[in-house]
Design a protein around this ligand. Structure first.
Ligand code: AHM
Ligand code: MG
Length: 332
């Protein structure tokens, strides 16, 4: 007899009471994200057909303009959240400014921050990409338009965060603060099933993930840590794996044990990744899964953001590995 895994819908209903301010609002919000994820998944999966059906800038078979996938994903997520009147504000990596939404009689309490399609350099080459999302309860008064303060909250205030990985199979992985759970999409029937309950980093990690092409520009502590990873010792050298898609690199490291890092470089003193759309949600998940996330010296989730699109150096993964990395940073 085949085992019946819980669907995401069933899981959410069972867990509803565990959600922080449980009014069903967060449940509905996560539901719209999973739906938008399915639509984007459908498009990502046929990305290779774009050249066959019409090139960018031309109309495709349905007479719609061909769009770049990241722009398309941005529109899908925003439209879904706006149409369902489920949030009072959205900030996206693809938008210059935040969007204020006055739906549902202005009753909505949550703001969403999103990187609609992360790993843009991998889109055209059939390598996994992902969506990253982060949810906060607004701090300004319900019923008034949201302000920048609602978005510039430290990551530790997140109510929920997660990602969708469009990989060999499509998965949604998220946490509302009680553990991290992963659901795999069965594309034939469009349902996500609970495939990875209570995800945890393994006790020890053996993988390091970094763009080593930037080595000469890294701070001394990072260079020394990379050398440490490569040393011949009892449990080293570690294995190096770098996809260049944060979601996929993180996902693999959480399952197999490892550290992902995008440090500051002499050219970009704050690294590349965006604090609000990339570092904070991943840090929230990492901590819920027994891992750790740091900017090299301090906890990512403690940083008080000052700008929507600010960047931060990012070191994230198995706790012991991030601790070690920090010890090299402090020494230098
Ligand atoms: P993006 O938001 O433009 O896609 O950039 C973020 C991505 C991450 O997914 C990935 O880890 C990193 O950039 C790769 O950068 P690089 O190509 O410099 O190694
Ligand atoms: Mg990104």
């Amino acid at each position: 007899m085949t085992k019946h895994n819980k669907t995401l819908g069933e899981f959410i209903i069972n867990k509803q009471s565990e959600f922080k301010y449980s009014s069903g609002e967060l449940t509905r919000l996560i539901n719209s994200i999973r739906l938008a994820g399915k639509i984007v998944n459908h498009e990502v999966n046929k990305a290779g057909l774009v050249d066959i059906l019409g090139t960018a800038g031309e109309e495709n078979i349905q007479g719609e303009d061909q769009q770049k996938l990241d722009v398309y994903a941005n529109e899908v997520f925003i439209k879904n959240l706006v149409n369902r009147e489920i949030v009072c504000g959205i900030a996206s990596e693809e938008e210059d400014d935040f969007i204020s939404i006055q739906g549902n009689n202005n009753e909505n309490k949550y703001v969403v921050l999103i990187d609609p399609l992360d790993g843009s350099s991998n889109i055209d080459v059939n390598v996994s990409v992902g969506t990253i999302f982060s949810i906060y309860r607004r701090i300004t008064l319900v019923g008034t338009p949201v302000t920048i303060e609602d978005f510039l909250q430290p990551g530790k205030n997140q109510v929920a965060a997660g990602y969708i990985v469009y990989g060999t199979s499509t998965m949604i992985v998220y946490s509302t603060g009680h553990g991290v759970n992963g659901f795999t999409l069965n594309p034939a029937i469009g349902t996500y099933y609970l495939s990875h309950p209570n995800m945890q980093f393994p006790d020890k990690g053996y993988i390091y993930s970094v763009n080593e092409g930037n080595y000469v520009h890294f701070p001394k502590g990072v260079k020394e840590y990379i050398k440490y990873c490569q040393e011949e010792e009892e449990d080293r050298p570690y294995t190096s794996r770098y996809i260049g898609s944060l979601v996929s690199d993180f996902h693999r490291n959480m399952i197999k044990g490892g550290i992902y890092f995008y440090p500051s470089t002499s050219k970009s003193p704050n690294g590349k990744l965006r604090l609000l759309y990339e570092c904070n949600p991943m840090a929230f998940l990492a901590e819920r899964a027994g891992g750790k996330a740091s900017d090299g010296f301090n906890r990512i989730l403690d940083i008080k953001p000052t700008e929507l699109h600010q960047r931060a150096p990012f070191f994230c993964g198995n706790k012991d590995m991030v601790d070690k990395l920090e010890s090299f940073m402090k020494k230098n």
